[in-house]
Design a protein around this ligand. Sequence first.
Ligand code: COA
Ligand code: MG
Length: 300
Amino acid sequence: MRSLLFVPADDEKKLAKSLSAGADALIVDLEDSVALAAKPRARQIAAEFLAAAAKSAEQPLLIVRVNPLAGDLTDLDLDAVMPARPDCVMLPKSLGGASVQQLSVKIAAREARNDLPDGATQIIALATESGEAIFGLSSYRKCSRRLAGLTWGGEDLSADLGAQANRLGDGAWAGPYALARNLTLFAAAAAEVAAIDTVFVNFRDAEGLRAEALAARRDGFTAKMAIHPTQVPIINEVFTPTDEDLAKAEAVIAAFAARPSAGVVAIDGEMVDLPHLKRAQRVLARATGASVSQSERGRG
Ligand code: COA
Ligand code: MG
């Protein structure tokens, strides 16, 4: 899974368009992009869309972003969408592993009620939306078998901090948000789940998006969220291993296969040892798997 496109759940036109955007996953949003008064209608549209999308020719992963556990809307959201069998639920304003466990219990009850296998629905947590959430980042490891990915956000976090801005003049993330981003990467590695980079809100700036996606891939993120269909092809391209990446990875694997007892080998004048082999195996896994189930982290 490389690209995840957000679509406001109360916007039937965008929902219809989203299926052909080429995104690996769609995030049907019941939270921040839907006004409070529009939520009941959005829930109903989301359920109808999920049911129809499951039968369409395009088969993106279907994710629903529910409202945060701290309010009283999460149960209503799940009641409406779980009969339509989303692949995954995105949890905003997550505070740590305990939040994921709490959502997991709610999901499990609805899986039972809707005759779905226990554990069929995965969870992606938005893990940095408040100062408090930052301190929960170490608690995701082994919190739930449903947890498939962690992602982060700079908008709600800046509101919680009372910041004037979250980006510097040149577009780079200001210190607190760069820290949140980097800690998400560590938290995802610790939890052995996919690390998903946040949205790039300036959807007319293709070059800015590309640069941010390239930096994310360089550092270990395997996917990025999108808010506009034009962002999807750029994200897909950046997070798809190139032929050169694949050739390099295959060369590393071949070098170790040729000398099974070696701990270290040389390729084109460069030292290659176990971490390089692990990285090469991940590149190949990424090239073959498009599922949310973090196959590149080895949990399957
Ligand atoms: N999914 C599907 N289609 C989308 C889309 C999306 N996220 N964003 C835009 N489109 C469609 C528009 O409906 C429009 O369709 P049309 O050509 O048939 O009229 C086309 O793409 C071009 O859109 P454009 O005019 O460039 O943008 P806009 O002003 O209509 O919308 C946003 C801009 C930001 C409001 C819109 O992209 C959006 O709603 N994004 C998602 C927001 C969201 O979910 N946020 C929560 C997470 S941060
Ligand atoms: Mg938000």
